[in-house]
Design a protein around this ligand. Structure first.
Ligand code: DGJ
Length: 367
């Protein structure tokens, strides 16, 4: 049987091989092809000769795109535009270098598109590294993390924000790129330290009224800054607040439900997982009230957020109140093989809960 722990997809090769063979035989008996195997673990999709015949979310498994290649969209975020989901994230498909903090040379920001959240078409590297200028923010030697894209209705522009850094994380800026199409190409427009403050992990959030906000870890990650963006989303304004003061939070993921704002964050432990924490507010600019760890499960699971770190909370289209917690299961020794942990988020008034599911699909939200 599959392990019930959130590390279930890290089973031994022997057991994985046995399961793959068993599932393959069952599918063959049912007239389908075999479970698609990938060298580094079980995959999320099952295919036959005519394409994908079955799919569910499998947190922590290798997740293949529609061409059968592992998805590279780490530290990702989602844009929903005209009924299509666009998943943006870090392309880390290269060798992991053992620096003080393990790193992969910047390749760029990838984009994938989907209508069902399971099958993802690779739209390519929409913001590529700039290889010929060592001083450029996007040079392979730099750090480009946590890209998030918003659509500005007034200017009809797709605006990408991301964490820009040097390999020692001492540069601490946030960068902006724009495009007139969700799938790019994006034009890099530069980086800033908002209101003169250092900026590392970040996200952006667009409110119902069209106003957008940047959440960024600042003051050497000790405190989160929440900054109102300009109306065109291209710049930080001087309207900002400091929240979670001295709580050392990063990896912010924001969502709103029935007039309340929720912010899930991680602690600051490099690539290692740690306990998540969430906070709730009646106003995006605070005051935010910290409510504790949203994860429910065995002690080791809640102490590590199911061995993952928050990156985004996705409201599911057409299902009010349905949210997906998106997180990264980083693999420090081979960052390219870091996995995605997507779990349903339960929201009840000011309380939220995240529980482990070995496999699940959107019918979870039907109940
Ligand atoms: C934790 C951050 O959340 C990641 O985005 C990345 O910057 C790592 N630290 C680097 O150690």
């Amino acid at each position: 049987m599959w392990s019930r722990s959130s590390r279930g997809h890290e089973l031994s090769m022997t057991r994985r091989g046995f399961l793959r063979a068993a599932v393959g035989s069952l599918l063959a008996a049912a007239g389908c092809g075999a479970t698609r195997a990938h060298g580094r673990g079980e995959t999320t999709v099952t295919q036959d000769d005519s394409g994908i015949v079955q799919a569910r979310f499998r947190p922590g498994a290798v997740w293949l795109d529609t061409e059968g290649t592992p998805i590279q969209a780490h530290g990702g975020g989602m844009l929903i535009h005209q009924g299509i989901y666009y998943w943006f994230g870090e392309n880390r498909a290269a060798e992991t270098k053992r620096a003080t903090l393990a790193r992969v040379d910047v390749i760029g920001v990838n984009c994938y598109s989907s209508t069902d959240l399971i099958h993802w078409k690779n739209e390519g590297v929409v913001l590529p590294a700039v290889k010929d200028d060592p001083e450029h923010d996007l040079h392979p030697s730099r750090v480009v993390e946590r890209p998030k894209v918003l659509y500005n209705e007034a200017t009809r522009t797709f605006v990408m924000w991301m964490h820009i850094d040097k390999s020692d994380y001492g540069y601490a800026r946030t960068g902006v790129a724009t495009s007139d199409s969700p799938t790019g190409p994006y034009r890099y427009r530069g980086s800033v330290q908002p209101n003169g403050a250092d900026s590392r992990d970040m996200t952006v959030y667009k409110d119902d009224d069209g106003a957008a906000y940047l959440f960024h870890s600042s003051q050497w990650n000790k405190t989160m800054h929440i900054v109102r963006l300009s109306d065109d989303y291209l710049q930080p304004t001087d309207r900002f607040v400091r929240e979670f003061v001295n709580r050392s939070r990063e990896a912010p993921a924001i969502f709103k439900h029935e007039g309340r704002y929720y912010c899930i964050t991680s602690g600051c432990t490099g690539w290692d997982a740690n306990p998540a924490e969430y906070a709730v507010s009646e106003s995006i600019m605070g005051p935010w009230k910290v409510r504790g760890n949203p994860c429910i499960g065995a002690p080791e699971e809640i102490a590590t957020t199911f061995h993952s770190q928050s990156t985004f909370v996705l409201p599911v289209q057409g299902r009010p109140g349905a949210f997906i917690f998106m997180a990264d299961r980083w693999k420090r020794e081979s960052l390219d093989d870091s996995r995605y942990v997507w779990l349903p988020l339960e929201v009840k008034g000011p309380s939220i809960a995240i529980r482990w599911h070995e496999e699940w699909d959107l019918s979870y939200f039907d109940a």
